[in-house]
Design a binder for this molecule. Structure first.
Ligand SMILES: *Cc1c(COP(=O)(O)O)cnc(C)c1O
Length: 436
């Protein structure tokens, strides 16, 4: 095998050599092989800035996909990781346990909506959603209702890239067409009406409840992203519809799953988005910002009632190799510790104000059909698909890292992004919109 311009053990001689090897061997998310666009080469990151191989620095307006809420190389998180690495980086979770995982589980239970008392730690968001679905299906089996194995959701969602999560992603924007005949067929309602502050559409609420009721005999769970639908279209909805779902699922003993993998840990202005509706689901998925963006970790929480149903069928048959990884748990504990010790509601409100002010001039601009901000999330929606390479290049020229998709240019910066950098992000979003 030709190891390429650099030997497998030696450093690459130049950044170009790294990119050449990247092109030859490495898949990137949602990318063809061979790739058609070169990625930007990052050599380090600190605070809210990514440093590129050519020396340029970019403000990371994406928090590395919702995760790096405290920015990069945070001294407290770095120290937690080093300290845990000095004890043990990993041990299997079957038959063994350790303090970082036990502490994290207790903290999540304390912070989650009431009633969620049991915690399954796993390695990524998609797996966390798989576990949630397995819990719901197994619960229904435990209740003697194996025919209840379908899922219901509203359109416009995103729940991950493995097969069951894909089956509840938006059927138009997601990958359903490619996988017709393979994906389980789930029950979809219309997407929730747009707007966190919009007037409640009682007609929609009634139809939503009726659709779930009508399928109650075959539905194990309703799964939704509360308040913010992220990668399915960056849409915000009124919390009232979550209360409607809570009522109808309770009435029919259908599990209600909230996927807070994107919205958890303060991003929407409350610690969990469920708090906007004052609703507690039966199952809760968290991930992304759980470790402050340091390591891949997710958790699925459930109520004692769900656990009791599952135990009537035996065990919850799931157990990833890296379940409860101590490094990931230790850095998650430190990240949540930072949130609790700091004043994240004020920080998130400040980010919201900065994005709102900076993006206001884009309202009504040519080609812009909507500008919306909720918590530390800012979205500019265009009247056409974004030319991602052109939009990204325009943002990079403004010193900002953005990763638009479909017709959306959006930002969810680290909470500590200062006002000058927020203004820079908004200006870069404007430039990206003009270039797209
Ligand atoms: C990102 C995301 C997932 C999938 O998480 P991965 O860690 O990428 O597998 C699931 N649900 C939501 C809402 C997400 O934003």
């Amino acid at each position: 095998m030709d190891p390429g311009p650099a030997g497998p053990s030696g450093p690459f001689p130049t950044p170009e050599a790294v990119l050449a090897a990247d092109r030859r061997h490495v898949w990137h998310p949602y990318a063809p092989m061979p790739a058609t666009v070169d990625p930007y080469l990052v050599t380090s990151a600190a605070g809210v800035r990514l440093r590129l191989a050519d020396g340029r620095e970019l403000v990371d307006a994406m928090s590395s996909w919702w995760a790096a809420i405290h920015g990069y190389r945070h001294p407290v998180l770095d120290a937690a990781l080093a300290e845990q690495a000095g004890r043990m980086s990993h041990v299997m979770f079957g038959g063994l346990t350790h303090e970082p995982a036990v502490r994290l589980a207790g903290t999540l239970v304390e912070l989650a909506p009431p009633g969620l008392e049991h915690v399954f730690l796993c390695d990524s968001g998609s797996v966390g959603v798989e576990v949630a679905v397995k819990m719901a299906l197994q619960y229904q089996r435990g209740r003697g209702r194996p025919q209840r194995h379908r899922l219901a959701t509203w359109r416009g969602g995103y729940h991950g890239d493995t097969f069951h999560p894909m089956s509840v992603c938006d059927p138009d924007g997601g990958m359903h067409r490619l996988w017709t005949g393979v994906l389980p067929r789930q029950i979809f309602t219309d997407p929730p009406p747009n707007g966190f502050d919009s007037v409640v559409d009682e007609g929609y609420a009634t139809t939503l409840a009726e659709t779930v009721s009508r399928h109650a005999d075959t539905v194990a769970a309703v799964i939704v992203e509360p308040v913010v639908q992220g990668a399915g279209g960056m849409r915000f909805h009124h919390p009232h519809y979550l209360r409607v779902l809570r009522e109808v699922t309770r009435e029919h003993d259908i599990a209600l799953i909230f996927d807070e993998i994107a919205t958890g840990f303060g991003r929407t202005g409350t610690f969990f988005a469920a708090e906007h509706a004052d609703v507690a689901p039966d199952v809760l998925c968290v991930g992304k910002a759980l470790t402050g963006g340091y390591l891949s970790l997710a958790a699925t929480l459930c109520t004692p009632q769900i656990a009791a149903g599952i135990s009537r069928t035996g065990v919850l048959a799931h157990g990833p190799t890296f379940m409860g990884n101590p490094l990931a748990c230790a850095v998650a504990n430190a990240s949540i510790g930072l949130l609790r010790a700091g004043n994240w509601p004020a920080e998130v409100a400040r980010v919201a104000a900065g994005l709102s002010a900076g993006l206001a001039p884009l309202r009504g601009a040519t080609g812009v059909i909507d500008v919306r901000v909720l918590g530390a999330i800012g979205v500019v929606q265009l009247d056409r698909p974004v030319d991602v390479a052109a939009a990204t290049a325009a943002a990079v020229a403004h010193g900002v890292w953005l990763r638009p998709f479909r017709d959306l240019i959006y930002a969810m910066p680290p909470y500590l992004t200062d006002d000058a950098d927020l203004a820079r992000i908004a200006a870069a979003m404007g430039a990206a919109a003009a270039a797209a």
